[in-house]
Design a binder for this molecule. Structure first.
Ligand code: ASP
Length: 292
């Protein structure tokens, strides 16, 4: 199959979306995809597009990442974020960071350094030294009240055939301080490899970690297109009675989406269907795609 020139897909978390919040989730994902698509249309890199799209989602208090991060049991906000370059397999990830406005920017700044993951105070110091803007008092726990998960993520493929994946989260509400879920762990909440494709996940972080869910989708994409490969998430999640959602793009540019949560906020665009399409369930997106 011919490779699509460029593709981008974002998610706003696998969870239940209250009817009065559906519009905000759709429009937030659409804005993020548009910001990334703009970069890809101009010939920019998948890495820049994924970082930009996740920044837009972190700045949107609708989602549990960046500005909308939920609070842990100590009433504090601790965030995790990761980004991966499918060309070089470079990874930048930060975990349990506070006082960082855009954790994905801190993760991206780590891409060029030997460590793949920094946590806590070390990550905060690194972000400060990288000149990233500290989070102001506008960080508020506005995502509280929505049951479920709403980590954000993006996978993109650029004209040069490079894939990138990025994930960012405020974690789980009321959890133990210092708890880190799947989001900043490669093969769990994200992965990218130009030869295969890329993934970003949301859901029960412990279950995703215990089953290496991202790695399972990547392995399946070595032999199947993305839309078939993503279905490997269902059996392990059923086994652990857990919830998850995944977005994927394979090396040909095909998109795969699967979730066992009630909703999964999504948006995508590509050189084949450049108008941004947004949804709050995978089935909606399938219908849209079959109309283009
Ligand atoms: N997977 C995230 C975590 O466990 C939560 C989420 O997807 O909302 O930290």
């Amino acid at each position: 199959m011919d490779r699509l020139q460029w593709v981008i897909v974002v998610h706003g978390g696998a969870k239940t979306i209250a009817p009065d919040k559906a519009v905000a989730h759709r429009s937030g994902c659409a804005r993020a995809v548009e910001a990334g698509a703009e970069i890809l249309r101009r010939g920019g890199s998948a890495l820049d597009a994924a970082r930009r799209a996740v920044c837009v989602l972190e700045d949107d208090p609708t989602f549990n990442a960046g500005r909308g991060s939920v609070r842990n049991a100590a009433g504090e906000i601790e965030m995790d974020a990761a980004i991966m370059d499918g060309e070089t397999l470079a990874i930048g990830a930060v975990a349990a960071v506070r006082h960082v406005a855009n954790p994905i920017e801190a993760a991206a700044a780590l891409l060029d350094t030997p460590p793949i993951l920094l946590v806590g105070k070390g990550a905060e110091r690194f972000a400060r030294d990288a000149g990233l803007c500290p989070a102001g008092p506008e960080i508020v726990s506005v995502a509280a009240g929505d049951p479920g998960h709403d980590t954000v993520g993006c996978v993109a493929l650029d004209r040069a055939g490079h894939v990138a994946a990025a994930t960012s989260t405020g974690g789980l509400e009321g959890t133990l301080p210092g708890r880190v879920g799947d989001s900043p762990l490669p093969g769990c909440g994200f992965y990218a490899d130009d030869a295969i494709g890329g993934v970003s996940l949301s859901g029960d972080g412990e279950a995703i970690g215990r089953t290496l869910l991202g790695a399972r989708v990547m392995r399946a994409m070595e032999r199947e297109p993305a839309d078939e490969a993503v279905t490997v998430i269902f059996a392990p999640m059923e086994r652990l009675a857990a919830e998850a959602g995944v977005i994927a793009i394979d090396a040909t540019g095909q998109i795969g989406i699967a979730h066992n949560s009630d909703h999964f906020a999504l948006a995508c665009a590509s050189s084949a269907f450049p108008e941004v399409v947004s949804a709050i369930h995978q089935n909606e997106l399938r219908e849209e795609k079959s109309n283009v």
